[in-house]
Design a protein around this ligand. Structure first.
Ligand code: MF3
Ligand code: CO
Length: 260
């Protein structure tokens, strides 16, 4: 997710470019589906990242996150109170009941794919934790349902916020979704909170990465000393889901479909 970019023009994509973006995002979806199956107690986040790196290469793509402002890995893997940008490590062993959020980006033929999910290693530790992950996913799909030609960006944001806060969860403000195309982050920002009927008008050909991050408690964010890992201010659990979608005449076309 993008940290407050400047507002430049939204780049509309031609149908052939949307197909390039679909190809990149389908690689992301396939790898995320595989990683999801591998998440069990005992595996390290470093091992999961190595598997992602291998698959990206095999599929003829390149990692999008590695080297991005110096980021050191192919995936972001965030555990429990870590919201996003957790750095994979061989020292981070996943244990039973951990809430694991995996975010992956690739570049294929110059076009970017970006998507994420949260899941549990084994069973969720509490009913509230299970609910957090479920509602975060529901919020993502509620946002996607508003991603239609001639609607407004604020319609997406408000739908996400309503679902999240309707269930008593916090919505992270510090990180937002983004346009995506020949860059990982393009205008517009896609906040997960806002007011319907406001913001840019959505148009056919816009491609957006929508990525709500919800918390059980405070939505304040601390950044750990590694300079990347974002954790909740009160160290409560956080979940994250992300899809890259294209706006069409008929509604949202989920380019990264297939792993949630
Ligand atoms: N999905 C996130 C984003 O849109 C992940 C970026 S991680 C970074 O920004 F390493 F690339 F920064
Ligand atoms: Co993103």
């Amino acid at each position: 997710m993008k940290k407050r970019p400047g507002s430049r023009r939204i780049i509309l994509k031609a149908p052939w470019e949307i197909e390039k973006l679909r190809a990149a995002n389908q690689i992301v979806a396939e790898i995320l589906a595989e990683l999801k199956e591998l998440i069990t107690s005992g595996i390290t986040t470093g091992e999961l990242d190595r598997i992602a790196a291998e698959r990206i290469k095999q599929k003829g793509a390149k990692p999008a996150f590695k080297g991005y402002h110096g980021y050191p890995a192919c995936t972001c893997i965030s555990l429990n109170e870590e919201i996003v940008h957790g750095i994979p490590s061989d020292k981070k062993v996943i244990k039973e009941g951990d809430l694991v959020s995996v975010d992956l980006g690739v570049i294929l033929d110059g076009y970017f794919g970006d998507a994420a999910f949260s899941t549990f290693a084994g069973s969720p530790p509490t009913e509230q934790a299970r609910k957090l992950a479920e509602v975060t996913k529901e919020a993502l799909y509620a946002g996607i349902a508003k991603a239609k030609h001639k609607k407004r960006l604020g319609d997406i944001s408000a739908a996400i916020q309503n679902v999240a806060e309707g269930h008593g969860f916090g919505v992270v403000r510090k990180f937002v979704g983004h346009g995506i195309g020949k860059a990982l982050h393009e205008p517009p920002e896609v906040p997960n909170f806002g007011t319907r009927g406001t913001g840019p008008v959505l148009r056919k050909g816009m491609v957006l990465a929508i990525e709500p991050m919800l918390t059980i408690g405070s939505y304040d964010v601390d950044i750990l000393d590694d300079g990347w890992t974002a954790v909740t201010g009160d160290r409560s659990l956080s979940a994250h889901f992300e899809h890259t979608i294209a706006i069409t005449d008929k509604g949202a076309d989920i380019l990264s479909d297939g792993f949630i």
